[in-house]
Design a protein around this ligand. Structure first.
Ligand SMILES: Nc1ncnc2c1ncn2[C@@H]1O[C@H](COP(=O)(O)OP(=O)(O)OP(=O)(O)O)[C@@H](O)[C@H]1O
Ligand SMILES: [Mg+2]
Length: 273
């Protein structure tokens, strides 16, 4: 024993992560050495200007893309050395994904779209998977459109269906890349409330956003710039009564770290100043 208290293993442990794209000349160096721990049950938001590498970071730590260097451990399992099939299986069973533009199979109902990955993941029998999915649709206020086609659903309903689909496999972590990027502010709130509720239930969330309204929901913020983590902010658990103060807090933090608000932007999207 060294006398130091044992530290809990982070759910996601990223060390020395680098990503460059060799398709351009000179190569585009996007991530230049990222060290990041995501705690179990944490809600972490990654912020940064457009092109700062937020999506690249999310893809590189979730096995959607291969980093150029560095290590990524999920619950102690090193991902970067795994083969494609093993990595796909891990994505299916241990990770959930929500993107700005959710893709659904248009010939299937909302419910069947949500159910499909849960059945493929194979953690639950068909009956249990169906019960889980029905529970999620109810919880996110979209049970009434369960049997509708996805083309009949609104953008906000589809994003909540997308979150239900991500959760139906009971993942260890949910990765969300600008999940409200295509929504108006009322629908954004619906999706953020769902995400906040999921986090309160213990799910670990890694959210990529450039919207302070979204970032206000997270417990911790990191800001990417020039390929590295340039700033970090701990802001504790979200509570509805703190909404205004938290959004102001995020904007102040961004202002102190060289972001400026887009002139005339009601949503306060962030750009490098
Ligand atoms: N496949 C690729 N090939 C070459 N360059 C790429 C590729 N994907 C991303 N890039 C470059 O990497 C940089 C970071 O892109 P990325 O999409 O990660 O940024 P982002 O922070 O998510 O931006 P946004 O807020 O616009 O979504 C950009 O310069 C982009 O042009
Ligand atoms: Mg992006």
């Amino acid at each position: 024993m060294t006398g130091t208290a044992p530290t809990a293993l982070p759910l996601l442990r990223v060390r020395g992560l680098e990503k460059k794209f060799a398709t351009t000349d000179p190569p585009t160096r996007v991530l230049e050495g990222i060290d990041l721990d995501v705690r179990r049950g944490e809600f972490l938001a990654i912020m940064g200007a457009s092109g700062s590498g937020k999506s690249t970071l999310l893809y590189s730590v979730s096995g959607m893309d291969r980093p150029t260097a560095g290590t990524v451990e999920l619950d102690g399992d090193e991902l970067t050395t795994l083969g494609d099939r093993t990595l796909s299986a891990i994505r299916l069973t241990r990770m959930g994904f929500v993107f700005q533009q959710a893709r659904f199979l248009e010939n299937l109902s909302v419910r069947d779209n949500v159910l499909l990955p849960a059945l493929r993941a194979g953690k639950l029998g068909a009956r249990q998977a169906e019960a889980t999915v029905d529970g999620l649709l109810e919880r996110f206020g979209i049970a009434h459109i369960a049997h509708h086609g996805v083309t009949e659903a609104s953008g906000g309903q589809l994003q909540r269906a997308s979150l239900a689909r991500a959760l139906a496999t009971d993942p260890a972590i949910v990765f969300a890349d600008e999940p409200t990027g295509a929504l108006d502010s009322a629908m954004t709130r619906e999706v953020l409330d769902a995400l906040t509720d999921v986090h309160a239930d213990g799910t670990t969330i890694l959210l990529v956003t450039h919207d302070p309204v979204c970032a206000a929901r997270a417990e911790r913020l990191i800001r990417l710039r020039d390929g590295v983590i340039a700033a970090e902010r701990e802001q504790g658990l979200w509570a509805p009564e703190d909404e205004g103060a938290r959004e102001r807090g995020v904007l102040d933090w961004l202002a102190h770290h060289d972001f400026r608000q887009q002139p005339g932007s009601g949503r306060g999207e962030v750009f490098d100043g």
